[in-house]
Design a protein around this ligand. Structure first.
Ligand code: B12
Ligand code: SF4
Ligand code: SF4
Length: 238
């Protein structure tokens, strides 16, 4: 009974603002939260994309699709996704390691502040890149930006040269009481992308000019080293 009371008191402080302040304190460049839901439209899009073989030999994209489309299957009990962004400058070449290291620090701070019950004790709940998560979509759901014509998540202030990482919580989080100015900015700024073609013109293989996105045409599919469509983007030049 006493423990429950403490948990309730603790949960009163569990707001997106408090979580995101902790994320900034450990070193992330931005953070926002999204309530867990099944991503029906993305599921439909991705199922058709895979059926057409546009993922090439990335077999891992075929697997675990139920988990990829619904985080509560990936992490039973999942209710909230904390989405954090780290800029390329800070993340270095081995970004998985850098982002995950900050996520573990944030996880420790969250459990410290809000109790161990906040995350699953049976399932992995910290992710960056390699897990079946539609990371860019969760960035958008959290209000961190929009997806540009170069297929990247573009944050209005940080641009697209950012790596997302996530912590899945098994509790609901109170949203901020004030509307996120960033969310409004994202919508306004996304309109700038509508009239621009720079990345389409800069893509050396023409992959971005195709009417369908064939991932095998992307240089990064084989070498992991191409940033042309990001280096020309006005959002990365400010
Ligand atoms: C597979 C993969 C690749 C593949 C395929 C690329 C691709 N566009 O999918 C390859 C190897 C080519 C690749 C390349 C790169 N990748 Co990559 N990749 C991934 C990975 C592991 C999965 C992405 C995925 O699910 N693709 C499947 C397709 C179908 O999804 P999608 O293109 O993202 O589209 C989604 C939405 O946009 C939406 N959507 C798109 N169109 C439409 C249309 C409709 C009608 C609807 C409803 C929805 C919809 O549906 C999709 C599902 O949500 C993610 C990590 C993760 N777990 O998410 C990293 C990730 C996306 N990659 C990343 C990076 C950095 C890159 C590179 C820059 C690497 C490099 N060059 O050094 C390039 C960029 C190439 C490019 N222009 O996209 C970052 C993105 C950061 C950002 N700011 O967006 C991620 C998030 C990894 C990370 N944590 O940092 N990548
Ligand atoms: S990463 Fe390179 S090849 Fe791939 S879409 Fe961008 S510019 Fe084109
Ligand atoms: S270069 Fe232009 S079209 Fe491409 S993502 Fe950036 S703003 Fe959008």
């Amino acid at each position: 009974m006493y423990k429950d009371d403490i948990a309730t008191l603790s949960n009163l402080k569990l707001t997106s603002k408090n979580i995101c302040n902790l994320a900034l304190e450990v070193g992330f460049d931005d953070c926002a939260i999204a309530p867990v839901q099944r991503l029906d439209s993305d599921a439909q899009f991705m199922d058709e994309w895979i059926a057409q073989g546009l993922h090439g030999n990335m077999d891992y994209l075929e697997r675990n699709r139920d988990k990829r489309y619904d985080p509560s299957i990936l992490v039973p009990g999942a209710q909230t996704i904390v989405v954090c962004l780290l800029s390329f400058d800070k993340s270095g070449r081995d970004y998985h390691r850098t982002v995950k290291s900050l996520l573990y620090q944030l996880d420790a701070r969250l459990r410290d502040e809000f109790g161990e019950d906040i995350v699953s004790d049976t399932h992995q709940h910290i992710f960056c890149d390699s897990a079946p998560m539609l990371e860019r979509r969760w960035c958008v759901e959290a209000g961190l930006g929009f997806i540009g014509k170069n297929h990247q998540l573009i944050h209005p202030r940080l641009g697209s040269l950012v790596h997302p990482g996530e912590i899945v919580l098994n509790l609901q989080v109170q949203p901020d009481t004030t509307p996120l100015p960033l969310r409004e900015d994202s919508e306004r700024i996304a309109k700038c992308c509508t009239d621009c073609q720079l990345c389409l013109e800069a893509c050396p293989t023409g992959a971005l000019r195709n009417s369908v996105w064939d991932a095998t045409q992307c240089i990064a599919y084989t070498t992991h080293h191409c940033l042309e469509c990001q280096l020309v983007c006005p959002f990365n030049l400010g």
